[in-house]
Design a protein around this ligand. Structure first.
Ligand code: IMP
Ligand code: MG
Length: 173
């Protein structure tokens, strides 16, 4: 598997960008009651690094959704495998994602969370593939905008493997 990967973002590039995002978020959410919502599984390395780059009080909560259909493309039908353990009404909520591709997952999750009436709802993603978008979803913080490649590593998987690569690479099937 690993011989089919070419590096795209090095550990150093990721580290630098995550520090910048963390500093920006610290400024933007200063004095606010913030809950950072990670979408499992892919988000785990990114969110761990991101919240440690944020110099403020915050809560971290996780949600896991699955899209029907399987394969490498999402279908837009999402169901909740694991929900947040607390309500977010009246609080500032920040969804953290590994990658926004078609936007369908985020579109559904956004709708679901907005119904719970947070004070605000924003999105932070490590990677953005805007050329693949099927629905327009606002993405407020982007680590890196990338071309239409299938990427793995730093949380991103192929058949649930390769999440543990410390860098992001392009997978060549
Ligand atoms: P969307 O609903 O199409 O925006 O897809 C979002 C989800 O699809 C992400 O959270 C990933 O789990 C998965 N995904 C999309 N593109 C890639 C990729 O290039 N590599 C690995 N997973 C991906
Ligand atoms: Mg995935």
């Amino acid at each position: 598997m690993r011989d089919r990967i070419t590096p795209l973002l090095t550990e150093a590039q990721i580290r630098t960008r995550v520090q910048e995002l963390g500093a920006q978020l610290t400024q933007d959410y200063a004095g606010k009651d913030l809950v950072v919502i990670g979408l499992l599984n892919g988000v785990f390395p990114f969110i761990a690094d991101l919240v440690r780059a944020m110099d403020m009080d915050l809560n971290i909560s996780f949600m896991q959704v699955a899209s029907y259909g399987g394969g490498t493309e999402s279908t837009g039908e999402v169901h909740i495998l694991k929900d947040l353990d607390r309500g977010i009404q009246g609080r500032h909520a920040l969804i953290v994602e590994d990658i926004v591709d078609t936007g369908l997952t985020l579109f559904k999750v956004g709708k679901l969370l907005r119904d719970r009436e947070p004070a605000s709802l924003k999105v932070c993603t490590l990677l953005d593939k805007p050329s693949r978008r099927k629905v327009q979803v606002p993405v407020d913080y982007v680590g890196f905008t990338i071309e239409d490649h299938f990427v793995v590593g730093y949380g991103l998987d192929l058949d649930d493997k390769l999440r543990n690569l410390p860098y992001v690479g392009v997978y060549h099937p």
